[in-house]
Each structure stands twice: as structure tokens, then as C-alpha cells.
Write a protein that binds this ligand. Sequence first.
Ligand SMILES: [Zn+2]
Length: 426
Amino acid sequence: MHSNRSEIGTGVDVAARDLADRFAEASRAVARAQAAQARVLADAADLGMRRVAELVSTSSREAELPFRALAAELGVAANMSDRTVQRRMNDAAVLEESFPATFEAWDAGRVSAGHVAVVLEHGLPLTDTQARAEFEVQAVARAEETTPGRLGTALARIAEALQPRTLTERHREARASRGACVRDIGDGMAEFSTIQPAVLAHAMHDRITQQAQAIKKADPTDTRTLDQIRADLVADILLTTTPTVETGAGMSDGFGGLGAIRGIVNVTVPALALAGVTDEPGELVGRCPIDPATARALAGHATGWDRVLADPITGCVLAVDRYTPSADMKRFLRARDQHCRFPGCRQTAHRCDRDHTLDYALGGETSTCNLACLCKRHHTLKGETGWTVRQLGGGILEWTSPGGHVYIDKPPPAVHFTPNTEPPPF
Ligand SMILES: [Zn+2]
């Protein structure tokens, strides 16, 4: 039966073909638009670099500032993080400079942003100009006829064949990129990952696998999957054991060593949820919601309590006090701002500077109406580029970009209310 086909007998599904043609054309339009966006970013990078070149003093810290100010100008205008925009400005500049044919194919909609990212990933490690040019010829030809996923495999092989340096040399350099990071993935979960030399990474995975298997064997009633036990082991090991390195950090409390260092997280919990009246989630401050049971357990182990009084309508923080009285602006600001107050930035408040909005030296008061949390990056942006800020009261900041755009940043609401007919338990 071919009743759903428009041209019975020819075997051609015209409706499907039409959708495929429209989809391909729309995808080419998306690619062309993204290429146009990248051209703007490349222009911005170009302007940034010309401004850097005009600087009289070029300490490494100042050398980046015109660039950063521009990234912020573009980022805030498009509701994007200025860090992301700065990274994409760099990528666009590199693409224009080193992979011009790829950029042209992108302009024409023949390859997508996904293909371009793969070309950059595998082409950038080729530092030899000749090798890179040869690589690009092959890369563009392949990109135009396959998916980014398959392109990656092909380009890895091509790049390896063109790589004039030995694996030993490259590995020595790649080791410098090792690191560890955490990424929120929703539902109160986050992913912790680490980049390691391959030997160490596989050894780490093998060790927790063997340990997990041993646990399974010792207790057949354990219902956790092998993967769940691996995750539990990683948490146990990282949070409780003491690294062998001795730095002297934490010595003052008499325990000494890196083992004395504890992880710190800031959590807000709505009072009614804490009392078990509602099931509202808590929040890992500035990051993501966490489930109420975890929030209550953490609150139960906290040594000191900050009581935060919030405006019931706006959720803005009005005052903070402590049951042991020592009300203090730092705690107030941390509770009010929760994170860096540059538009779009989420750097948590305990890693921020407390900035005098109107400079202390210019008569600015040390009061909460003239203080705001700013991360290092945005503190510098405010102090040393054309970005300016003033406070409008209630913790509301008005930012003006060097380009003359004005942006309002309001403090995040500290508490959330759910309808509840029961009287509160306090
Ligand atoms: Zn910031």
C-alpha cells in the first residue's frame, strides 16, 4: 500500500522531498545568517586589536581591556554573556585570518556552524602555515558533503598526517590544558568532569570500576548500578580524602594540609520549605535549584544562620541579621546580589569584589546603597574602560556602555512564595 504517497507508482514521495528541500534551504539560510554574525564579531575583534595596538602602556592586563569592553558592548546588546562573545570574537578572528576558504563556504551557506567548529578544532593545532593550508583544502571539500560528526573523524586523520611535530612534543604541550570543571545540567544535578593525560584518566576510571565491582561482589543486595557506585565513589574520594601534597594551607586550625580544606557552597532555602510546610526547591546560589530534602539536610549542618528579610512583593533583600548579632554589609550584599552585578554575569558573590559604585576616593559612601558585588573581570571593566554604572536605589544598577546603550540590572529575588492557606509555623 502506498496510499500516503502523492505519486503512486513512481515510488517518489513528493511530500517528503518537498519537506527535505525546504529544510535544506532553511538550514543554508541559518548558516548564512550565522556567518554574517561571525563577520560582525571578526570586525569587532579587528577594531579591538587596533585599539590595543594604539595603547601607550601595554601591560598584559591592560592589553586586553579595549577588547573586553567591546565584547561587553556587543554581548549586553544581544543578551549574551560577554565572556562568550569575547571567545567567539577570537574564534571569528582566527577563522578570518587562518581559514578564509572555510569562512567563505560558511558565508555561502555550504557549511554550517557545526562544520566550522570542527574545522577549527582539528585545524588549529596545525601551526605550520603550509600544512594548515593543505588541511583546509581537504577540510572544506569534505565539510560540504558530510555531517559535522563524520567530518570530525576524517579531519582528525588528515590533521594527524599533516602534523609536522611528534606526538611526544604535542603531548607535552597538551598536558598544560588539563583541568576540572562543573556544569549544571538541570533537575538539581551537575556534571563534574576533568581533563587529564589519557593514561591517568583511564587509570582513574579503571580504579573506580574495580572498586565498584568489589562493592557489588561483597554485597549482592546493593541495588545501585555500576555507574551509580562509580559516581558515589568519586564523590567520597574527592570530598573526604587528603591529597599527598603538603602546602601548609589550613595549618592554622591545627589539622594542616589540603585535607583541612572543605568545599564551600552557598544555598538559599525558603523558610516554609525548611520547616517542611512546602516543597519549594532551595537554590545553589546563582547556579541552579536543588531539591528541598538536600537543602534541608545542608541547612541542618550549617554552623551559623543568616536571617534574610525580603520584600514580599519583589523578593528584594531588605536587611540581614544574624542570631548572634553582628549584622554586616558583606552578608547583606552577598544575600542581595547573589552574583556579580554586571548584566548577564553569574559569578557567585563570595568570589566577587565589593565595589564602591561611586568611588570612595570621589566621596562615595561605604553603604549598601553605594556597594555592589562585581567579579574581577567586570570590576576591571568598570574601573578601566568606558563602562559606567550608577545606583538607582533598592540595589538597582544602571549601566551605560561606551557605545551609549543603557542597561538596568536588578538584584535577583531572594525568595519565592507559593500560595499557602496554613498559617506560617513562626
Ligand atoms: Zn562579572
